[in-house]
Design a protein around this ligand. Structure first.
Ligand SMILES: [Zn+2]
Length: 771
């Protein structure tokens, strides 16, 4: 291993990039010879497919992608901006030029934009926040007009003045700590820092605890000078940089808040704003650390606990007050148009099976990183597929490429499109492949576990630009080193152990935060999210005006080779799925992953029980009080409820039955494969139709408790984490919130869903085994 590789691994291990923050487990496989072993293909078919992929690769061009990025990021790209619309029209023209049947689909969505915003301290001293990101030398777009000021979309209008309270990251545990200090946020304005969970939960939890307003700031500990030099010297967040972002309650449902469950097509009926559950009830604004510093400095009350302190040069206090803040937000609540670009290459023999590939094109401002670095890879793929098509290649299945609008505010473009076309998608969609931002570093593929082997095989066949090993081999090394760190999380250690076996590396589950959500969580369409990253400084300019072309070519990917690599990985996944004889799924991978998730539930429950007993013992012995400093009183924690005997047996048994069924399918498939996959056409069609809807069997029509839009019982965004995924979510979240009766109920519900999945798998196996 070269010195260069070691250094880069070091960067990756400590980075705060979004890839790392997502905590994703990533895929790769061992050796993947460009041989004839390709899931879903005969050996002759595999040879042809490899040849096709080589031709696809020669059509990809890094300089061309660089030029596209420069053009697409030359103006502000928020929903409704002229430049975002011009980009949609440019993309449409390109798709058409490349031979695709393309169109723009328009939706009218509720998207509030700021009209008036003010943050000022009125006591004990006065200070007015700038709420402005000034131009930066060497960043040519940072002086351009046409951008919206920093704001949080879907916060309420309001005009409030109240004492300030600091609540760390503003997540559920922070409020428990706050209670021990005897501080309440009722009637107050809270100030919290970005990080540790979905930003929309911060003002929502503040509201639920009685706060009347919320400020969210970026602490340099999390994405500023603590991590590296600030922009423009380095890539990290400068003092005036602000993270914009949505604060809609997307853990209930994403998309237009006034058209839940159906498409916002022009003329659709919209709910009144007051009836839209996902819109916040209090005003909220994001601020820079330059604006946050005087406010935090003016706080009194107890000194904040160690884990609450950031990297600003001040002593962090909790409050409340004496700082008094006046917060004013007013938005324009009109409907705005969305422009989704949809392009189709029709399938030759299996045209009613669709492979969908998407990336959004709207940004908070210019969006060079997020999302345009992903968009240019998608464009490269579309151009290359168009070239193959011109040369006479026809995909078996229909390929649909989508460039979504309005992802940033609320996954608007993808959600409204999916809700509008739900019926077709339920019948026809085989796979959705998503990407978003992308930069130098390590591959990460997350998503549906039955696609693990195919994803591993694809990753084994793509070369890493920096090291010349496969992107899979590099990822494997990264995971093994990460898991060997002394402070590695249990999941990271487990993934490292699996990576070290040399077999496939498991795909991580998907939470939310990008356009796969409505495909996977709402309709049960098998999905993958693909991204390179971990050696970049994206966190420092994330959702700010400095997410620009000039920042990207210095700190994202100067050579654009990782955009080419993304196009190869995503493009090969699309090609293989579009052309496979038998769809490339492997259910033993699904089953093994399920076993791991069930085992985690057992462990979580045992740990919870142990921790509860320990806490009770300490409380009974009055230990918290005796261990506290009487001059700085901190109350003992609230007594935890007893952990009853929860029976995970039904899940264990469903997982065990599924293990047998998956093994039986594997045996039947292997037998067919060694006989050259010679299956009569009508039978093959039936097999592929059943495989297309396998992931749908993971849905429960009643949905997750309290959020029926989310129907996938295997993976979902956490209700109290937002972005981060929860597996077997209904059960896991009930255990985590100590809702014991709900846990028992959903153990049964989930086991039943898994039995339905198994029943369809058994039908598939018997079809495959019939000669
Ligand atoms: Zn994005």
């Amino acid at each position: 291993m070269s010195v260069k590789v070691m250094r880069k691994l070091g960067v990756g291990l400590t980075c705060l990039s979004l890839t790392c923050l997502a905590g994703a487990a990533l895929p790769q496989a061992a050796t993947a010879p460009a041989g004839t072993d390709m899931l879903g293909f005969t050996s002759g078919g595999a040879t042809q497919e490899h040849d096709l992929e080589r031709r696809f690769d020669t059509e990809l061009s890094a300089p061309e992608m660089r030029e596209w990025l420069r053009r697409l990021s030359a103006g502000p790209n928020q929903v409704g901006s002229p430049h975002d619309k011009a980009n949609a029209e440019f993309l449409l023209a390109q798709f058409k030029k490349w031979g695709w049947d393309a169109r723009i689909e328009t939706f009218d969505v509720l998207y509030p934009t700021p009209k008036q915003e003010l943050v000022e301290m009125v006591a004990p001293t006065t200070f007015k926040a700038a709420l402005h990101e000034p131009p930066i030398k060497g960043d040519s777009t940072s002086a351009l007009g046409g951008a919206l000021p920093p704001y949080n979309a879907y916060g309420a209008d309001g005009d409030v003045t109240a004492p300030l309270v600091y609540v760390n990251y503003g997540m559920p545990d922070d409020y428990k700590v706050l209670a021990r200090y005897g501080v309440s946020v009722k009637g107050k304005i809270v100030i919290v820092r970005y990080g540790q969970g979905w930003r929309g939960l911060k003002p929502q939890l503040a509201y639920e605890h009685g706060a009347v307003g919320c400020l969210i700031y970026s602490d340099p500990r999390d994405d500023g000078y603590f991590n590296g030099d600030a922009y423009p010297k380095g890539g990290w967040r400068p003092p005036e940089g602000v993270q914009r972002g949505s604060v809609m309650n997307m853990e209930w449902y994403p998309g237009d808040p006034t058209t839940p469950g159906y498409g916002s097509v022009p003329g659709a009926k919209h709910l009144a704003i007051k009836d839209a559950k996902t819109i916040l009830k209090i005003p909220v604004l994001p601020i820079s650390y330059a604006d946050a510093t005087p406010l935090l400095q003016a706080l009194g009350g107890p000194v904040a606990p160690v884990s609450w302190r950031g990297a600003l040069p001040l002593t962090y206090h909790i409050g409340a007050g004496p700082a008094q803040v006046h917060l004013l937000v007013k938005s324009d609540w009109s409907l705005k148009p969305l422009y989704d670009v949809i392009a189709v290459l029709k399938g030759s023999t299996e045209g009613s099976q669709w492979i969908v590939r998407g990336n959004h094109h709207d940004g908070w401002v210019f969006g060079a990183w997020d999302p345009l670095a992903g968009t240019i890879a998608l464009m490269g793929e579309a151009k290359a597929l168009g070239a193959l098509h011109r040369q006479g290649w026809r995909p078996k299945r229909t390929i649909v490429y989508a460039s979504w609008d309005g992802e940033e505010p609320a996954l608007l473009g993808s959600t409204e499109w999916v809700e509008t076309h739900a019926k077709d998608l339920q019948q026809k969609a085989v796979l959705y492949v998503n990407s978003d931002t992308n930069a130098r570093g390590f591959l990460s593929i997350d998503g549906s576990h039955s696609l693990q082997h195919m994803a591993n095989q694809v990753a084994a066949g793509v070369t890493d630009p920096e090291t010349s090993v496969s992107v899979l081999q590099r990822e494997r090394a990264f995971l093994e080193v990460r898991g060997a760190q002394p402070n590695a999380a249990p999941m990271a250690r487990e993934i490292a152990r699996l990576a070290a076996t040399g077999g496939d590396v498991p795909l991580g589950p998907l939470g939310s935060g990008s356009d796969y959500s409505s495909f996977l969580d709402h309709l049960g369409i098998a999905s993958l999210n693909v991204e390179f990253g971990g050696e970049d400084d994206e966190a420092g300019i994330y959702h700010s005006r400095y997410d620009s072309f000039d920042h990207y070519i210095r700190f994202g990917d100067p050579t654009f080779e990782y955009e080419v690599a993304l196009a190869k990985v995503a493009g090969h996944i699309v090609l293989r799925t579009a052309d496979a004889q038998v769809l490339p799924m492997r259910f033993t991978d699904f089953s093994a992953t399920l076993d791991r998730y069930v085992k985690e539930l057992h462990q979580e429950l045992a740990e919870e029980s142990k921790a509860t007993q320990q806490q009770h013992k300490l409380l009974d012995a009055n230990a918290y009080q005796l261990a506290a400093d009487p001059t700085r009183p901190v109350a003992p924690p609230e007594r935890l409820s007893d952990v009853p005997n929860i029976d995970l047996g039904p899940l264990d048994q469903a997982a065990s039955r599924l293990r047998q069924s998956a093994a039986a399918y594997e045996t039947a498939y292997e037998a067919r494969a060694s006989a050259g996959l010679a299956i009569p056409a009508s039978q093959l069609r039936e097999i592929n139709t059943l495989m297309t809807t396998m992931e749908r069997r993971l849905l429960d029509e009643a949905g997750l408790p309290g959020r029926a839009w989310y129907k996938n019982m295997m993976q979902a965004p956490g209700e109290l984490t937002g972005y981060a995924p929860k597996t077997i979510p209904a059960v896991r979240e009930a255990l985590e919130t100590r809702n014991w009766s709900r846990a028992e109920e959903y153990i049964g519900v989930t086991a039943k869903v898994l039995d339905g999945y198994r029943a369809q798998l058994d039908r598939l196996t018997s079809l495959l085994g019939t000669h």
